[in-house]
Write a protein that binds this ligand. Structure first.
Ligand SMILES: [Cu+2]
Length: 148
């Protein structure tokens, strides 16, 4: 089996192929789960979204952005405690090391969803953008469940 060597040699092509073949558990992939967002409170222009992504590639990837037709803008935010207060601020991405899982969740790192627009169903489509080890971008379509 020379698969690992082949994977390194063809990193970019393999990453994309693996994403397309995400239903096959034997292939390395980025696997999303538990994707949800808080329903937008009427009269406000923002809410937060959360998702877990497992990276089974043998190299790190970085979540560098997200977009949705239902939001004018999506930012990546981190939370930290400063002077006894929880503060959030934009970051340029979240790295997921090889074999690790990124968990965006309440009171922690999250997607800041700004300027809601259009009709909302029970599911909201998102495209997550990841930068691979070769610098190339990969996108992953994930459906987020709206929770009240
Ligand atoms: Cu935020």
């Amino acid at each position: 089996m020379n698969k690992p060597i082949k994977f390194r040699a063809l990193a970019a092509a393999t990453l994309i192929t693996a994403l397309l073949a995400a239903c096959s558990t034997s292939e390395p992939a980025l696997t999303p789960s538990n994707a949800w967002l808080r329903a937008v409170v009427p009269g406000t222009d923002r809410t937060a979204g959360y998702v877990t992504v497992e990276n089974t590639f043998d190299s790190a990837v970085k979540l560098v952005g997200a977009s949705s037709p239902n939001f004018g803008r999506v930012e990546l935010h981190t939370m930290s405690r400063e002077n006894g207060q929880m503060q959030m601020r934009p970051v340029d991405g979240f790295t997921i090391e090889a074999g690790e899982t990124l968990a965006l969740k309440p009171s922690g790192d999250h997607l800041m969803l700004l300027f809601p627009r259009g009709e909302f169903g029970a599911q909201v489509p998102f495209s997550l953008a990841f930068r691979g080890p070769d610098g190339g971008l990969m996108s992953l379509d994930v459906s987020f469940t709206v929770q009240q």
